[in-house]
Design a protein around this ligand. Structure first.
Ligand code: CP3
Length: 346
């Protein structure tokens, strides 16, 4: 085998190569649309306990890989382990989503030392080691974290949903929000560096709440903290590629792609491929952006939408993915069909 064949296709694209057939992975590929995941999930009392069990996390990662010939594995964990490690209470309400003790309403914001937060996440790094050992060499292992602003919105509001309260708090207490973002930059940099040390081949930063921010605020809470995060990760000796996924950033994806230091840009469902191609630096690998709902519907809607994505990103280094996470209503049969379409077997 030549060296080239040993390099996972995903990493070749992240190094700037445009492949005849793009590699594919699926955001939230381990999850509730898989019956075997729902069964596995019952073995832990809480979702965080599940995340902190290296054996359960490894099994969750392997489940989609056994069913589909995907090109990447993603660590099974959550973006909210970082606030948990910073000493903020985090729990998950069945059918509703995450809850935290909200910072909004607290007079003084106190956190654990960000330099030490990663020490509490040892089970996550043990999971990375186990997953790395369990997956074939041609499958890339993706580590991840939430971007500072996205994680801050959960910490501020204590929940997801409408982000107006987080934005209001920025207007009320901008210096405190800056300090919160600084804390998250350091804790998240340590967390990402530890994942790479444990075996992650590349990283993704989820900025799931890049939506609805005026340009100055976008600069201050999204671009600046993400640029600091990436330069801190590099300072810690990490040289692997980093995918940035600023969901909902709209017309600000160009500023994000040029100014943060990302290697590749995750494109959300609503963004036309041509806009992403024109906005990103020349030759930057792009990832995306199939509508997750086509995996609920299947049939011709799925075939057409998948072909549209393949054609739209044909001329550029491209990683096939969804434009947002897969939904619990998607079917494994439709995922299998999608992978076959992308591999040119359907
Ligand atoms: O294969 C994978 O991608 C699994 C790893 C993973 C999870 N969460 C597992 C999970 C990843 C990469 C995440 C990222 C994450 N977590 C994001 C960013 C991506 C995005 O979707 O925007 C966000 C915002 C979170 C916070 C979070 N965690 C939410 C909003 C929820 C509830 C969502 C829901 O559908 O209930 C979670 C819980 C969660 N994280 C689940 C999984 C599989 C479902 C909970 C369960 O199985 O009990």
């Amino acid at each position: 085998m030549s060296d080239r064949e040993n390099v996972p296709a995903l990493l070749r694209v992240l190094n700037g190569e445009a492949l005849e057939r793009p590699p594919i992975w699926i955001m939230r590929q381990a999850g509730r649309y898989l019956p075997e995941y729902r069964e596995l999930r019952t073995r832990a009392k809480s979702f965080l306990e599940f995340c902190y069990s290296p054996a359960l996390a490894t099994e969750a990662v392997m489940q989609p890989l056994r069913r589909f010939p995907l090109d990447a594995a993603i660590l099974f964990s959550d973006i909210l382990v970082v606030p948990d490690a910073l000493g903020r209470k985090v729990w998950f309400v069945e059918g509703e989503g995450p809850r935290l003790e909200p910072l909004i309403g607290e007079e003084t914001w106190r956190f654990g030392e960000p330099e030490k937060a990663a020490q509490k996440l040892a089970p996550v790094y043990e999971a990375v080691e186990r997953i790395k050992a369990a997956i074939p060499k041609d499958i890339a292992l993706i580590g991840f974290a939430g971007a500072p602003w996205t994680v801050a919105t959960y910490m501020l509001q204590g929940r997801g949903g409408d982000k107006d309260d987080a934005r209001l708090e920025f207007y009320r207490r901008p210096e405190d929000v800056d300090a919160l973002l600084e804390t998250l930059v350091e804790a998240t940099a340590q967390h990402l560096a530890a994942q790479v040390k444990a075996g992650a081949d590349c990283l993704q930063i989820f900025e799931s709440w890049a939506e609805g921010l005026p340009p100055q605020m976008f600069q201050r809470v999204v671009i600046t903290p993400t640029r600091k995060l990436i330069s801190r990760v590099r300072e810690l000796g990490v040289d692997v590629p980093i995918i940035g996924f600023p969901r909902g950033a709209g017309a600000q994806i160009g500023a994000y792609a040029h100014q943060t230091g990302i290697t590749a840009l995750g494109v959300d469902t609503q963004t036309p491929a041509i806009e992403a191609l024109e906005a990103a630096p020349q030759g930057m690998p792009l990832q995306g952006n199939l509508d997750p709902l086509t995996l609920v519907i299947g049939g011709k809607a799925l075939e057409d939408a998948a072909q549209d994505v393949l054609i739209a990103f044909k001329e550029t280094p491209h990683i096939f993915n969804l434009g947002h996470g897969i939904t619990p209503q998607a079917t494994p049969e439709n995922v299998e069909k999608l992978v076959r379409i992308v591999k040119g077997e359907a």
